[in-house]
Design a protein around this ligand. Structure first.
Ligand code: ADP
Ligand code: MG
Length: 397
C-alpha cells in the first residue's frame, strides 16, 4: 500500500516535471465516507463520517508575478492551466479549476496575504471523482492547507476550523454548490481510527475513536445521481413543510431532527401521510445516530452495525430515497460474514452503499457481493475498502 509519504514524494516529482523547480509546500487530504446520518444535516441533526485512505496530494510554490498555474494528473489532457491574480475570478477555465481557485479567492477575501500573489499547484489523486467520497472537499482542503503553509509563519498558522470554513465557503460561493459542512469537517478533523461527528445545527464537530479492526467497504451502484432526476430538492421542501405543519402544535421547534419521537407520534396525524413518513425518517434517524455513537462508545460493534442497516431500511420505507440497486447491495452485504451493517451513503437515489466490516471480511466476500449484484443487474459494481484514516496534513519543504 502506498503511504502518504510516497504520495507526497510523487506529487513533488510531478511538480518538478510540470513547473521545472521544487515545491515549497505540500499537502495531503483524504476523501471521506458518510457513515450514518441520512438527510439529517439540513434538518439540524447529526452526521457521522470517516476519512478514507485514498486522497489528493498537492505541491505548491508561490510566484511573485501574479501568475497562477494549475495542473492535475486526473485532468492531464488540460495540461497546465494558466491565469492570473487579476483575471482568475472572471476567466473562462476548465470547471475543475473552480475548486482550487475558490480557495485562493477565500484566502484573498480573508486577507491571508497583504499583497497579490501568484502560485503554481500540482495535484495528484487516488480518489475516484463524483462517487460520494468527496474528492471536491479533499481538493479544497489540500489547497487550503498548502496555502496556509505558504502564507503564514509556522507559529501563526490559521486554525483547522478556519481552514475547514474557508474550504466550505469556497465550494458554496465560488463553485456554487450549496453543500453542508460534513465533507470539509471530516477531511479537516479526522483522526486515524476515528469518526467525525458533526452537529449540523451549530456546525461543530468532535471526533470519536473507532476500534482499529473496523473497516468500511464502499460499493458503487451503477446508478449515478446525475442519471436520475434527483428528488433532493423535493425532500428538502417536504422536510420544511413537515416542520411548518408541526410547528402549529409545537411553537418554537426549529429542527425536525431535534424532535422527540413521542412528539412526532402525538402530532404526526396533522401531517399528510407523505410528510409524516419523511418526518418519521428524520426524527428516528437522529435517534439512530445517537444509538450508533453509544454503541461505538461501548464497543458493541454488532449494535452499531445494526443501526446502519436500520438507517437503510428507514430510507427505503419512509424516505423513499433508495433504489432496487442499493437495496440489493445492502442485502448482499448483510449476507456475508464480517459485515456489521450496511446502508446507502449520501443522498440516495443511486450512488454508493457503505458497509461497516470487521477483519473477518475478506476480498472474497466483496467479490461475492459483486457477483450477486451482477446476476441481478448485469453489471459489476466497483468497490473500495478503507480503514478510518487521518485528516489533512500539510508541510513546508
Ligand atoms: P465528489 O466530491 O463526491 O467526488 P463533486 O461533484 O462534489 O463529487 O466533486 C467532483 C469535482 O471535483 C470534479 O468534477 C472536479 O471538478 C473536482 N476534482 C476532484 N478531484 C479532482 C482532481 N484530482 N483534480 C481536479 N479536479 C478534481
Ligand atoms: Mg463533493
Amino acid at each position: 500500500m502506498t503511504t502518504r509519504h510516497d504520495a507526497l514524494d510523487r506529487v513533488s516529482n510531478l511538480f518538478r516535471r510540470q513547473f521545472g523547480n521544487a515545491p515549497q509546500s505540500r499537502a495531503y487530504a483524504p476523501g471521506r465516507v458518510e457513515v450514518i446520518g441520512n438527510h439529517t444535516d439540513y434538518n439540524g441533526g447529526t452526521v457521522v463520517g470517516a476519512a478514507v485512505e485514498q486522497g489528493i496530494s498537492l505541491a505548491a510554490r508561490l510566484r511573485d508575478d501574479g501568475v497562477i498555474r494549475l495542473y492535475s494528473d486526473v485532468q492531464s489532457s488540460d495540461g497546465v492551466i494558466e491565469t492570473t491574480w487579476e483575471a482568475y475570478a472572471e476567466a473562462d477555465l476548465a470547471e475543475w479549476t473552480r475548486y482550487p481557485l475558490g480557495v485562493i479567492d477565500e484566502a484573498r477575501l480573508r486577507a491571508w496575504s497583504s499583497e497579490p500573489f501568484g502560485l503554481e499547484l500540482a495535484i495528484s489523486s487516488t480518489l475516484p471523482v463524483g462517487i460520494g467520497l468527496s474528492s471536491s472537499a479533499a481538493l479544497e482542503m489540500a489547497v487550503a492547507g498548502a496555502l496556509a503553509n505558504l502564507l503564514f509563519a509556522p507559529e501563526a498558522q490559521p486554525s483547522r476550523g478556519l481552514l475547514v470554513e474557508s474550504a466550505h465557503r469556497a465550494e458554496n460561493r465560488f463553485v456554487g454548490m450549496p453543500c453542508g459542512l460534513l465533507d470539509q469537517s471530516v477531511v479537516g478533523f479526522a483522526r486515524e481510527n476515528g469518526l467525525v461527528v458533526l452537529d449540523a445545527a451549530i456546525n461543530r464537530s468532535m471526533s470519536l475513536p473507532l476500534p482499529s479492526n473496523v473497516r468500511f467497504v464502499l460499493f458503487r451502484s451503477h446508478i449515478s445521481h446525475a442519471l436520475v432526476d434527483s428528488p433532493y430538492e423535493k425532500r428538502h421542501r417536504e422536510c420544511r413543510d413537515a416542520l411548518l405543519g408541526l410547528e402549529r402544535f409545537m411553537p418554537g421547534i426549529r429542527h425536525l431532527a431535534r424532535l422527540h419521537p413521542a412528539d412526532l407520534d402525538a402530532y404526526a396525524s396533522v401531517l399528510e401521510t407523505r410528510l409524516a413518513l419523511r418526518a418519521r425518517h428524520v426524527v428516528h434517524e437522529q435517534r439512530r445516530v445517537g444509538a450508533f455513537l453509544s454503541a461505538i462508545n461501548s464497543g458493541d460493534l454488532a449494535a452499531a452495525g445494526a443501526c446502519l442497516t436500520a438507517s437503510h431500511d428507514s430510507s427505503r420505507a419512509f424516505f423513499d430515497n433508495s433504489t432496487p440497486e442499493l437495496d440489493a447491495l445492502v442485502a448482499a452485504a448483510n449476507a456475508q460474514p464480517g459485515v456489521l451493517g450496511a446502508r446507502l451513503s449520501g443522498g440516495g437515489w443511486g450512488g454508493s452503499v457503505v458497509a461497516m466490516v470487521t477483519e473477518e471480511f475478506e476480498e472474497k466476500q466483496a467479490e461475492l457481493i459483486c457477483d450477486s449484484y451482477e446476476q441481478l443487474f448485469e453489471i459489476r459494481p466497483h468497490w473500495w475498502q478503507t480503514s478510518a484514516a487521518a485528516g489533512m496534513i500539510s508541510e513546508s519543504v
